[in-house]
Design a binder for this molecule. Structure first.
Ligand code: UD1
Length: 388
């Protein structure tokens, strides 16, 4: 039987949930008696996220095998991360010359791997193609544009993404609407997350032992922040934090999971002790996938600037206050049947959104093909290329 060699590249936290179902679907394909081609897979981790909490724990929880190669690029400026990834990955790709290089999402690893693969004239496929925020100040938008311009196969999560690509002149034969691979992970892990105890998570992940222990039976809000527009701009961060401390936390307990970047900025901006001293705010170390899903399952409202959480809230029906002025995932907004509302860091909009959304019932919504079977469709499409 012919073998098709696939090399996938991951680098940062939001990549891991996307590659886990892809690897499972490859294994399932290889076990299938009808398979006409065997798939050999190599997993490369660039090492952009390297902490146990930001990386290893996701491999364990999601059952991802340890990477075959770790490029160890670590933290740094964008040019440093992209440059180091390209230099290290080029050697691996020259050595292996896979039939396909597969990249996921929109982080620096995605864009660096896409450029390196295409400069070596290798086939490259992008999972989660076609998303556009139209905000060129976001590093992720640049990563998405470059990756999609170079990709040979573009696996999109929804029809809006297809339309974005068509408008940019991508030949329709390269575009495959396969649905959202994040939802494969959500569906596969929902039962396990439901079984977890909320209070166990809170005690295990608490940042400081003296931190607040509010009762959660009357509901709670989950907060995550990490985008430069919110946390690197001291005025924006100060406004958001004051709203959380002085207003939001007076009506609902706030469970705040802290990205390393955010914690650094809170400490540098002199806001850390005020957050820690607020009785209704519980600060947690970064959570693994199951813990985060458990929090989302019962949250009254989620306040976030994460794209992935916006999608998970959409399927779970959790009202989602999206702390961004644009989104590359409009399919999750109320206008498209979702539960997310864009409020940027405009305090008036945030206040109004928080008051309205926390009163809403959960309203689960699945856009077409967000059915938990996206990864097998991707694997099928890649396997079919072996007969071309
Ligand atoms: C990256 C992605 C972003 C994604 C986010 C989710 C890009 C351009 N951005 O942003 O799309 O939503 O991950 O997590 O790729 N740090 C640690 N431990 C780690 C990793 C990072 O302490 O394991 C610290 C470092 O000090 C670093 C900072 O966090 O400077 C930010 O990490 P970085 O990889 O630069 O970008 P993110 O903000 O995480």
């Amino acid at each position: 039987m012919k073998t098709l060699r696939i090399l996938s590249v991951v680098g940062a936290r939001p990549n891991f949930m996307k590659v886990a179902p892809f690897l499972r679907a490859i294994q399932a394909h290889n076990r299938s008696p009808n398979a006409r081609v065997s798939l050999a897979h190599t997993l490369v981790h660039t090492g952009q996220h390297y902490d146990d909490a930001m990386s290893d724990t996701f491999f364990r929880t999601l059952g991802i095998p340890p990477p075959d190669v770790n490029l160890g690029v670590g933290s740094g400026s964008h040019a440093e991360q992209v440059g180091r990834t390209m230099i290290a990955l080029e050697k691996i790709l020259i050595e292996q010359r896979p039939d396909w290089v597969v990249v996921v999402g929109d982080v620096n690893a995605t864009c660096a791997a896409a450029i390196t693969a295409k400069k070596l004239n290798l086939n490259m496929a992008h999972i989660e193609a076609g998303l556009r925020s139209f905000d060129m100040t976001m590093p992720e938008e640049i990563n998405r544009l470059v990756t999609d311009r170079l990709a040979d196969l573009l696996f999109t999560p929804d029809a809006i993404a297809d339309e974005n690509l068509r408008r940019e002149g991508v030949p329709p034969t390269r575009i495959r609407n396969v649905g959202n691979i994040m939802i494969d992970t959500l569906d596969a892990n929902r039962e396990a997350a439901t079984a977890l105890s909320l209070s166990d998570i809170l005690s295990r992940q608490r940042v400081t032992a003296g931190n607040a222990r509010p009762a959660l039976d009357g509901g709670y809000a989950v907060l995550t922040l990490h985008r430069p527009a919110n946390v690197d701009d001291p005025a924006a961060l100060n406004g958001l934090v004051r709203f959380i401390i002085n207003e939001a936390a007076t009506v609902l307990p706030i469970i705040w999971t802290l990205h390393p970047r955010t914690r650094q900025r809170l400490e540098a901006g002199g806001l850390w002790s005020a957050v820690q001293a607020t009785p209704n705010i519980v600060t947690l170390e970064p959570l693994d996938y199951l813990d985060m899903l458990r929090l989302n399952l019962d949250a009254t409202i989620v306040l976030t600037d994460s794209g992935g959480l916006q999608e998970e809230c959409c399927v779970l029906g959790t009202p989602c206050l999206t702390l961004r002025s644009s989104t590359e995932r409009p399919v999750t907004l109320a206008a498209h049947g979702g539960v997310s509302r864009l409020v940027g860091n405009d305090l008036e909009k945030i206040r109004q959104g928080f008051d309205e959304l926390r009163q809403l019932p959960r309203r689960p919504h699945r856009p077409p093909l967000w059915d938990g079977h996206t990864a097998p469709r991707i694997v099928q499409a890649l396997a079919e290329t072996s007969s071309l």
